[in-house]
Structure formats: structure tokens, C-alpha cells
Design a protein around this ligand. Sequence first.
Ligand SMILES: Nc1ncnc2c1ncn2[C@@H]1O[C@H](COP(=O)(O)OP(=O)(O)O)[C@@H](O)[C@H]1O
Ligand SMILES: [Mg+2]
Length: 286
Amino acid sequence: MSTLSITSGGVPLDSASRFSSAASSLPGTAPHVAREPGVKLAVRDLTMRYADGHTALRNMNVSVHAGELVVVLGSNGSGKSTFMKCVVGLNRPTAGSVEVGGRDLVALSGKALREARLPLALISQNANLVKRRSVLANVCCGALGRHRTLATALGRVPREAVEPALSYLDEVGLLHLARQRAGTLSGGQAQRVAVARALAQRPHVLLADEPVASLDPEAADEVMRLLRRLASEDGLAVVCVLHQPELATRYADRLVGLRSGRLEFDRPASAVSSQQIASLYLAEAS
Ligand SMILES: Nc1ncnc2c1ncn2[C@@H]1O[C@H](COP(=O)(O)OP(=O)(O)O)[C@@H](O)[C@H]1O
Ligand SMILES: [Mg+2]
């Protein structure tokens, strides 16, 4: 245990610019991505029509700044996950642009797209940890996109990924569990490890699709506090899909309301009424 504390002691944990400065020095990361001020993610006129003809998103426009936590609300099927998948490149949008670090991801492919996507990290409802491996090994996995070697291809953890991984575990309050098997964690702990694994990607934009959906209220609150802190103190742009309006209004800077694939509102959380939120969940008039 003391070894862990000593090892992590050398890693700065409280620098506001830690993520951007670290990313700017990495090979394969275009310098201008890290230096871009203000807007970290700009989504313009995003439309997604699936192969079966269903249009799940129509002309969606959203910008997210460094230090902001934006919560996306909407009923089941309103297009929230489609939006997140379009942003990270798991869905190829039918139209529109997704700008990260001044580059439109929709216009890129291959190596250029992989590089341009480096500032984005996604966490989802299930932590999806490798249960038989240690917590530390799971967090190190987040850095694999940046350490492509024969050793990583064989599933080994690169030595240089260990110390940062310990600092990310410290950041989410779970350094003491570094050597524990991931399969032994509670749901809330597992989700915080998933956040640490996402941080190992050194993102500027953190996307979370229903990260607290399978957690009890206390664990959900803890994860939301963590996301809030990553935005406020570390300057990440955070976009989070939630189903709990109460958590959304408590933690978000801005609320984005989606209804049938259309943007209903995008306003400061304090300016959105409970009626506006409730209207998102009313059945569509036929
Ligand atoms: N791969 C797909 N092919 C066709 N339709 C899809 C696909 N994925 C999602 N959809 C449809 O798109 C709409 C939005 O889905 P989704 O983005 O998952 O909603 P949400 O996350 O808000 O619940 C739904 O009607 C869903 O059935
Ligand atoms: Mg969804």
C-alpha cells in the first residue's frame, strides 16, 4: 500500500491544465488540439438517419466549453445515445459536423480520424471493466490508444502508463483499490474506475451516456460530483446523458433537452423550468 502512495506522490494531481498540457506533449496529437481555447466540442446541424430510414437526430446544434458540464435529457428513443455515438464516431452522421480541436471529425477517416478523436473519451452505463484483471490494469487500458507496441498488443501494461494511472485512481478516490481485482468492486466503485480509465486517455471532452443509470442514489451522487469536479477544476468539457432531472439541475451548467431527435432547449440549468423538463417526457401528439 505504501508503495502505491509513494509512486503516485510524484505525479502532480492538482494542476488545472494537467490534461491539456499532457496531451499536447504526446506524439500523434496535433498541438492545436490542446491549445484551442474556449469551445472544446462544436456540433453543427447534426442529422443521423439509420440504414432502416429512421431519422434519430435532426439538425442538432450544441457547443461545449472547457470547464462546462452539459447534461442531455430526453425520453427513451429521443436520440441521446445516437448523439453521443455520432460525437465519438461510433455512428457516421448523415449530415452535419462534429468539431473537436478545430477539426471536423465527420470529414476525416483512417489515421487522421483516430488522431483527431484522441481528445474524446466515452463512458457508458456499464463500466465494462475486465473483471479478472486488477483495477490498475483496467485503468492502464485507457492509455493503450497512445502506447501502441508489441507489448500492448499482447495485453501487457506499458510501464509508462502505470504512474499516471495511479494518479487517475487517486483523482477518483480509489487509489487504495489499485491492486484489487476489478470483479470485486461495487457498482459505484466500478463506474469511478471507468472514469479513471477514461482520464487515462487524457481527454479534453468527456462523454458519459447514462453513467449513473445502474447505481444507487448515493453512488450516483458520488459519480456526478466527480464529473462536476473534472469540469470545474480540471477544465474538461463534460457531456452527460441522465434520466434524473433532479441530478441534472443540481450538477449541470446547461441542460440540453431532446425530443424525437430534435433539440427542444439548450439553456443554463437554472433557467429551465420543471414544466419544460416534464414536456420532454410527454407522448408526442399524433
Ligand atoms: N442502429 C440503429 N438502427 C436503427 N434505428 C436505431 C438504431 N439505433 C437507435 N435507433 C433508433 O433511433 C432512435 C434513438 O435511439 P437512441 O439514440 O438509442 O435513443 P436514446 O438514447 O435517447 O434512448 C430510437 O427510435 C431507436 O430505436
Ligand atoms: Mg440511450
